[in-house]
Design a protein around this ligand. Sequence first.
Ligand code: ZN
Length: 159
Amino acid sequence: MDFRILDASAFYAGVPFRSSSDCYTTSQVYDEIKHIKKNQDALGTLLETNRLKIREPDENSTKAAISAAKDTGDYPQLSKQDLSIIALCIELEGEIISDDFAISNVAKNLGLKISPIMTQGIRDVGRWVHYCPGCKTDHKTGKECPMCATPLKRKLLKE
Ligand SMILES: [Zn+2]
């Protein structure tokens, strides 16, 4: 089983775009993150290639997530989106990728697998390249494009 369940913070951090695993999320989270303009093409590609799957947790898992959140006292801190991610993890017996403290706390209390976003960058080793958004050329280093002087951006290429 090679998949991960992503909450909104994982999308904001770009985890699905540099991951080789299949990703699951819920429609509540997808609705929250789909407006991120710079990621729209990448999100479309992930959906088309079925590497990102949107799925609703079932009712029992949702009830279990809410009850666990009330047990740990994290319930007031959790949004509907957060709870849907915990519920999906219960249902799929998967692993959540999140930096959210309340999500992590509830997940750990339920015995679910949870990993912080930071380790994702370490597990998915790659090579940083500097690329020019202006003329679409790659450069080893530098702040400005030597061809057109546009400020360079950085992206991680998977090895
Ligand atoms: Zn350039």
